[in-house]
Write a protein that binds this ligand. Structure first.
Ligand code: ADP
Length: 270
């Protein structure tokens, strides 16, 4: 392949063609590497809860006479099962999202409603930590969206804000229309994210504080799912953060104007 490129240096048009091919090969290799990484990460992540469940079932067996211990082990086993099931669900969701560029079941949707659904879904978690979620503002126009999928993205951002914020603090959720985009911000007063981690937190399984993530029920996939859901809707997600001050995640999605919102699939952002 190398010598072919050299030979064609005298013919610029052909050279360009060959170089594009070479680039494609690199892209394919990169995709393959990412897939291998993903499989390795998934195996690693699955082993932890599966191992725990296996040990706990043995412990229950051995402690059969001790009712109190059996109950304690069973409780922990239930917790590990819930965690395992959430992990499997997120892995499936992420694989599905990565396999496509666009959403399948999109229709004009009221983003204000989707955000409120997400806040509602996190109400109990917020109450448990005595956290107030303050929602303000509104978007003027609908967006073209798979409602439940987009709600999942907002739910993940609010769930993170709750898990990483100090107890008793406040979380702000803002909605507005600007420059033809619906913009949703989720602001917390948590530990913040250092500049060098700000891109990496959107990678699958990347965690800054592994123990804190796991202890609060995290699996390192939440932000990766957010990023893919938003990209599949033709939007983007930004992060502003200052360590010690907190973080603001902003989701920006193209708005439909009133005429589009009747029903026109061709306006689906790609
Ligand atoms: P996790 O399940 O670990 O929370 P995510 O993909 O949602 O996984 O987030 C990746 C990492 O980014 C987290 O482990 C955490 O270190 C960091 N992170 C996410 N959201 C916040 C936040 N609001 N404040 C501080 N750190 C955050």
């Amino acid at each position: 392949q190398g010598s072919l490129i050299l030979q064609l240096r005298v013919a610029p048009i052909a050279e360009e063609y060959i170089l594009i091919l070479a680039d494609d090969r690199t892209e394919a290799t990169r995709t393959e590497e990412m897939r291998n990484d993903f499989v390795a990460n998934v195996s690693h992540e699955l082993k932890t809860p599966v191992g725990a469940i296996s040990l706990l079932s043995e412990a229950i067996d051995e402690a059969a006479a001790d009712e109190e211990a059996v109950r304690r082990f069973a409780k922990r086993m239930q917790k590990e099962t819930v965690r395992l099931s959430a992990l499997v669900q997120d892995i499936i969701e992420l694989s599905r999202l990565q396999g496509t560029d666009v959403v399948d079941h999109a229709e004009p949707a009221d983003i204000n409603e989707l955000v409120n659904d997400a806040v509602e879904a996190n109400r109990l978690a917020a109450e448990e930590r005595n956290i107030t979620v303050v929602v303000g503002g509104a978007a003027e126009n609908p967006v073209y969206a798979d409602g439940p999928m987009l709600t999942t993205a907002f739910r993940n951002l609010i769930d993170n804000a709750i898990r990483y914020s100090p107890e008793g603090s406040q979380i702000g959720v803002g909605i507005r229309s600007r420059d033809g985009l619906a913009q949703v911000t989720v602001t917390d007063r948590g530990p913040g994210i250092a500049a060098e981690d700000q891109e990496r937190v959107f990678e699958r399984f990347y965690r800054i504080d592994d123990a804190r993530s796991r202890n609060t029920g995290g699996n390192g996939l939440g932000l990766s799912i957010v990023k893919h859901v938003v990209a599949n809707h033709g939007g983007e997600v930004d992060l502003w953060s200052q360590p010690g001050q907190g973080s603001t995640f902003t989701v920006k999605l193209p708005e439909l104007d009133a005429a589009d919102s009747e029903d026109s699939p061709e306006v689906l952002p790609r």
